[in-house]
Design a protein around this ligand. Structure first.
Ligand SMILES: [Mg+2]
Length: 317
């Protein structure tokens, strides 16, 4: 291994050396990590995700610290969507020459800060030279056996909810593309929403443990596309009230329906369950209902139209 790579690994080991939780018996630095099996009656959740330069982001507009935050946030958001608790993560990097140094340090500190605030240690990974920057992450989590929230449990009559406000990330990306100078852009709320998503970990656990949610998923590709996945997995259809969709300030309905990367939770509750209006200041909004008939209808003042997914280009700024 070239001396430069040994140095980078040393830096990563040092950064995470103090980080551990009660489930990690042996962290970064050995041939493998050793983690305790989940508590009796729990199951293991696994999710992986990758971020590739010029496919998922461009260097010119995406600050490296935000990118490090986002790759971990996306993995944690998937654990949140299952109503799980994250345990630890692994991170592998392909590094072109330009990325080594200040850029990589900022990327790592973005991931480190989120891992500290959520108490999820890095327990392993790999680095190699690459033509383009790429990062692959695996997050390990756990949930009580048979209780993880899946996409397949929505039933006709259930009420459909979303957390937070939608469309902020798409609005932020549009603004980021227009603005020059990351420092100026980062003061904009929508740009911040796009760059620094907040995984809804506590909400996921709350929906599973306290609300008896029948299904859940995180909104990564936009409400239209993600709801189509949820209804397909559950073998049902849905009806959405356009006027009920909570819009991020300044975002259009189209950005809320089709813009990706909001990382809010989309979930269903039986009709008799009444969730609080907010959870830790995060609004929980009923936007429609699940029905037996397949397809998704968008109901608005002007009538009923079919809601069809449009493609979303992932955080390519
Ligand atoms: Mg997901």
């Amino acid at each position: 291994m070239p001396p430069e790579e040994i140095e980078i690994i040393g830096k990563i080991e040092k950064l995470w050396s103090g980080a551990a939780n009660s489930k990690v018996l042996l962290g970064i630095g050995d041939d493998t990590a050793v983690i305790r099996p989940p508590r009796a009656g729990e199951e293991v959740l696994l999710t992986t995700d990758q971020v590739i330069e010029n496919t998922h982001f461009v260097r010119r507009t995406h600050p490296p610290r935000a990118l490090g935050h986002k790759i971990l946030a996306r993995g944690l958001s998937d654990i949140a969507a299952m109503g799980g608790r994250p345990v630890c993560f692994l991170l592998s990097l392909a590094l072109p020459q330009w990325s080594v140094g200040a850029w990589l340090n900022a990327f790592l500190s973005g991931a480190y800060d989120l891992s500290q605030s959520t108490e999820i240690p890095l327990v392993g990974g790999d680095i190699a030279r690459g033509e383009r920057f790429a990062a692959a992450i695996t997050v390990v989590g756990s949930a009580p056996a048979g209780k993880a929230l899946t996409r397949a449990g929505a039933r006709p009559g259930d009420v459909l909810y979303v957390s937070g406000q939608l469309g902020g990330s798409a609005l932020g990306l549009a603004r980021l593309r227009k603005l020059s100078g990351a420092a100026r852009a980062s003061r904009d709320n929508a740009v911040r929403r796009y760059l620094w998503p907040d995984p809804r970990l506590r909400l996921g656990v709350f929906l599973r443990a306290k609300m008896g949610a029948t299904s859940a998923m995180d909104l990564s590709d936009g409400l239209a596309m993600d709801l189509a996945r949820l209804t397909k997995a559950s073998g049902v259809g849905a009806e959405i009230q356009a006027a009920q969709v909570p819009l991020f300030p300044g975002a259009s309905l189209s950005q809320a329906l089709h813009g990706g990367e909001d990382y809010e939770l989309l979930f269903t509750l039986p009709k008799k369950v009444h969730p609080p209006r907010t959870f830790r200041k995060l609004p929980l909004t009923a936007i429609g209902r699940i029905r037996a008939r397949p397809g998704i209808d968008l109901v608005s003042e002007t009538g009923i139209q079919k809601l069809r997914p449009q493609g979303y280009e992932h955080f390519r700024g």
